[in-house]
Design a protein around this ligand. Structure first.
Ligand code: XMP
Length: 524
């Protein structure tokens, strides 16, 4: 098989909100790509050996002082280029055309582009026909606009507020589009990106789940050889897929350590053991550390202090187990591509371009183990797809995210076993009901929060004075912003009744309707 990475698209990030979406669309075409910040060196551009380059959008103006620019090496590479929004304006500005600020003509949201001239990138693509000209329904987000084209470029399409909405230099196979093809509101967007990477750049679509798995297995085998590997298995999607992949690659050379910290969901520990140990034959050591965690957390009420106790104790327990496996030379991790992009950005000079995220964890500096991270190149949706291909239950692979500190950040204030048990039961009722009503996959994340306050209630046999839980369900794309899901009233009513009827220690159920911002998704 040809190396999957031989055909590769370089995506330069100018700080656009949707740069990762561009990469995901390219991957969906079966083509490998990487995102790098726009200030990548010329040497790094040349070393990348791109089959084509895509320039992302961005929040700045090419007319501003110190505006981000396209590296010279990209403009002289001789490979096809697709400039999107800011990327197009930077091409025009640097190649001798004119970009002008047009505060009164900015375009945000839906727009129509008339395709004047058929370029291969757009041939046959249309959403409507107006005066016998094809029209595209697109999504725009720009203030400045291109007024005149660089030499060698022709005008392909125009919209009401962007007279130069599509431009092309067919000889050099360079294109600029003012709108965003990566968002679904641009109806032909995915097709345009596919045309660019497959037809213009000549990529063959080798990046398929089967090939990704074969490639990852071959690479793990080549680096690990006959040495042993340990993996901290949490039951979350990423570590589960790493376990399945490594099991396929190196079988018994893999040992997983599953730390049950007492802050897991109902029956989660047993499910993890069943899936991996019983069904798949993976070597898993289960460490029952509930008491140790709850003792360490006793009386700790501050959210950040709780996170620290849980995180540090996890490392301690994991290291103790690792010590016992004296043959292990490798530590496997479920790092995925968005973690890599975000942590790379925070060490480069252009950190302000990309938001940082608290999931990017640190490793002990004195670590004796070598790292193996087989998902480093993959987006979450790719991880899920290969997880299913590797034989993991779809239900496990499609699960909502669950925070590292588990129920620890869903029990407000100090934690004890009674609170954790009540929360586990209530949460299971909510999640089971979501699944039964076909709502689980319609929300991005759903869970229950335990409030250690008492409220009066009345039941058939008298007065109750007991705890309160809050249900939370959100819709989000990136977990940076979110809105409360508008779950049907009848459904919430049913869940509330089920919880109060079957858990005597709960007197009241509330539904959290806050958005993020100003609230966060978790309560702590
Ligand atoms: P917030 O509450 O910050 O959550 O709006 C955004 C997403 O991150 C998850 N989350 C965490 N994940 N360790 C994690 O591994 C944490 O400490 C943590 N805190 C929040 C949260 O579940 C949501 O998906």
């Amino acid at each position: 098989m040809a190396d999957l990475h031989d055909q590769r698209i370089l995506i330069l990030d100018f700080g656009g909100q949707t740069t990762q979406l561009i990469a995901r669309r390219v991957r969906e075409c079966g083509v490998f790509c990487e995102i790098h910040p726009w200030d990548i060196s010329d040497d790094a551009v040349n070393a990348f050996k791109a089959t084509g380059v895509i320039l992302s959008g961005g929040p700045e103006s090419v007319l501003a002082e110190n505006a981000p620019t396209i590296p010279n090496a990209v403009l002289t590479l001789g490979t096809p280029i697709l400039g999107i929004c800011y990327g197009m304006q930077a091409m025009v500005h640097q190649l001798g055309g004119e970009v002008r600020a047009q505060a009164s003509h900015s375009e945000f949201g839906y727009a129509q582009v008339d395709v004047l001239e058929q370029a291969p990138l757009f041939a046959g693509l249309q959403d409507k026909v107006q005066d016998s000209k094809p029209q595209l329904d697109v999504w725009m987000s720009h203030g400045d606009r291109v007024e005149s084209l660089p030499e060698g470029y022709t005008l392909i399409g125009t919209s009401e507020n962007a007279p130069c909405a599509i431009i092309a230099n067919e000889q050099q196979r360079c294109y600029g589009i003012q709108f965003h093809p990566e968002v679904t509101h641009t109806i032909q967007g995915a097709k345009i990106l596919e045309r660019f990477v497959i037809e213009v750049c000549g990529c063959e679509g080798l990046w398929t789940p089967g090939n990704i798995i074969d490639d990852a297995i071959a690479r793990v085998q080549a680096s690990v050889g006959d040495e042993e590997v340990i993996l901290g298995l949490s039951g979350g999607v990423d570590s589960s897929v790493v376990a399945a992949l490594l099991h396929k690659a190196i079988g018994k050379q893999l040992t997983c350590v599953f730390v049950d910290n007492g802050l897991l969901r109902l029956n989660e520990g047993d499910q993890v053991m069943k899936t991996f140990s019983e069904n798949m034959g993976v070597k898993v050591i289960r460490v029952n550390a509930e008491e140790r965690f709850l003792n360490a957390l006793a009386g700790v009420a501050d959210p950040e202090a709780k996170r620290k106790v849980i995180g540090n104790l996890f490392i301690e327990v994991f290291e103790e187990e690792a010590e016992k496996l004296s043959n292990a030379k490798w530590l496997a991790q479920g790092t995925i591509y968005p973690d890599v992009i975000e942590s790379a950005a925070s060490t480069s000079g252009s950190a302000h371009l990309i938001k940082s995220h608290h999931n990017v964890g640190g490793l002990p500096s004195d670590m004796r183990l070598k790292l193996v991270e087989p998902l480093r190149e993959l987006f979450k949706d790719e991880v899920r797809t290969i997880g299913v291909d590797l034989g993991l239950p779809a239900e496990m692979v499609q699960r909502h995210p669950f925070p590292g500190p588990g129920l620890g950040v869903r029990i407000l204030g100090a934690i004890n076993k009674e609170f954790a048990d009540i929360l586990r039961e209530a949460d299971a009722i909510f999640i089971d009901a979501l699944r039964a009503h076909d709502l689980y996959d319609k929300v991005s994340q759903a869970f229950t929060v335990f409030l250690p306050i008492k409220s009066v209630g009345v039941t058939g046999d008298g007065r109750r004075y007991d705890y309160v839980v809050a249900l939370r369900a959100v819709e989000t794309v990136d977990f940076m912003t979110a809105r409360a899901a508008q779950l049907p009233w009848d459904f919430l009513d049913e869940v509330s009744r089920k919880i109060c009827n079957s858990i005597p220690r709960i007197s009241r159920v509330t539904y959290d309707i806050s958005s993020k911002p100003p609230a966060t998704i978790e309560w702590e």
